[in-house]
Design a protein. Sequence first.
Length: 117
Amino acid sequence: VQLVESGGGLVQPGGSLRLSCAASGFPFSGYSMSWHRQTPGKERELVASITMASDNTYYSDSVKGRFTILRDNAKNTVYLQMNSLKPEDTAVYYCKARSPYSSVFYWGQGTQVTVSS
């Protein structure tokens, strides 16, 4: 099982980034997907999630209206489009796959996003 995030980097405030998470080794279309972020000394927090068929999404209040989560089941990939980035969005971003039918879940290794001028 692998979840490989990419697309992180350094961006100026107000800029945009698109994170990708490529999945392999499990039936991607049968798993809910989510993005989380973590800064040093803080707990990992849920940013956005999407159901198996993309029929329902969730966003934390801190990113609602600026971030969009998408998935492409044909490509086994979930995306996080991040617009109007703020310095407080700086964090390591992780993707997570969770089975809605069991307690099975998987984490990616994370990708660093830094918002700074």
